[in-house]
Design a protein around this ligand. Sequence first.
Ligand code: FES
Length: 107
Amino acid sequence: MAVHKVTFLPQNVTVEVDDEKYPLADHGKPGSLLDIALAHDVHLEHNCGGSCACTTCHVIVRQGEENLSEMEQDEEDRLDMAEGLTIRSRLGCQAVVRGDVVVEVPK
Ligand code: FES
């Protein structure tokens, strides 16, 4: 069992998740930022239902980039279309949490 801390900005909500309990909700990859957000009532848009087909779950990683799953090609391709893209951007439904992270949900 490993417990990870995930902080969502600007709400500044920190939740602790046990990765043995993934998936926590029912959208996105099990243990993804979207999965965790939905399980803890943190608002994160997910127009396509977490299947890497929109960009509404876009987040910017502020800390712990190395604690997220590596980006796969389909995420990279989709992310290119995200509004306000940064080099620290990820799709919340695709990035799986494997350690402590801080992410910002853009407006
Ligand atoms: S919810 Fe649509 S790409 Fe993540």
